[in-house]
Design a protein around this ligand. Structure first.
Ligand code: FES
Length: 262
């Protein structure tokens, strides 16, 4: 069977040249077996237009740099095969994040801000002892932490989220997922009240409309709605006086993937 002839439409705009209006450029491309959108972009830049701006680092769905809107859906270019797409493919930069140029956006500043705002590190009074044997953790708890840890901070969940698209103060699923990661970690000594101050608000878990776009768009298939539901139930329970804490703050560690969280 003959290779398909693709038409690739790409958003072009350089914010450093505001006198030039945003536009779409189209490039013909012959499809080959196993072709990814990353390879398409790389060859367009090498062979057709050296000014094209897009991001990549790992080419293996690990770094999260190559996220963009591909035919209306946030996806990783390096993980998206052309084979499952129609012959005409349209590429746009992720919304919500600051545009750097063409398909490149600044997710790093956004995630750094969120990390600082939620204090996304383990809060412990234990003194660090480099000679101590590594602290043991049961497998169930380790797996519960591993699940939200798989986030690569690509921004697909934020870009696909209706709330994040209309409210720039909404923290989004990636943030709530990250908070969930620390809430189940027995080494983190934060109290329910401290977590509530960070995430128990309309900017955080109570601002989510439950449309599930984050879950549908996550290229790592993290069950984000479970994580959101877990955090929301904990925060609601705390507000009603029913949650006394996680890990060292009191709660037994028997929840997996947020399904037995209440
Ligand atoms: S280049 Fe790293 S996730 Fe695509």
């Amino acid at each position: 069977m003959a290779n398909r002839n693709l038409k690739i439409n790409i958003f072009r705009y350089n914010p450093a040249e505001p006198e030039k209006k945003p536009s779409m450029a189209s490039y013909p491309f012959e499809e080959l077996p196993g072709l990814t959108m990353f390879t398409v972009l790389n060859r367009i830049r090498e062979e057709l237009d050296r000014t094209l701006v897009f991001d990549f680092v790992c080419r293996a769905a690990i770094c999260g740099s190559c996220a963009m809107i591909i035919n209306g859906k946030p996806r990783l270019a390096c993980k998206t095969l052309t084979k499952g797409l129609p012959k005409e493919i349209t590429l746009l930069p992720l919304p919500v994040f600051k545009l750097i140029g063409d398909l490149s956006v600044d997710t790093g500043t956004w995630f750094r801000h969120i990390s600082l705002k939620t204090e996304a590190w383990i809060h412990t009074s234990a003194k660090f002892d480099p000679t101590a044997v590594e602290e043991r953790m049961d497998n169930e708890t380790a797996l519960r932490i591993y699940e939200p840890e798989r986030c690569i901070e690509c921004g697909c969940c934020i870009a696909g989220c209706a709330t994040a698209n209309i409210r720039d103060d909404f923290m989004g699923a990636a943030t709530i997922n990250r908070v969930a990661r620390f809430m189940v970690d027995p080494r983190d000594e934060r109290t329910p009240g401290q977590y509530f101050d960070v995430i128990g608000c309309d900017e955080g878990t109570f601002g989510c409309m439950g449309l599930m776009a984050c879950d549908n768009n996550c290229p790592m298939e993290i069950p984000l709605q479970y994580q959101l539901a877990y955090v929301r139930r904990k925060m609601a329970a705390f507000g009603l006086g029913g949650w006394k804490g996680t890990g060292r703050t009191g709660e037994p560690q028997h929840h997996r993937a947020g399904r037995s969280a209440s």
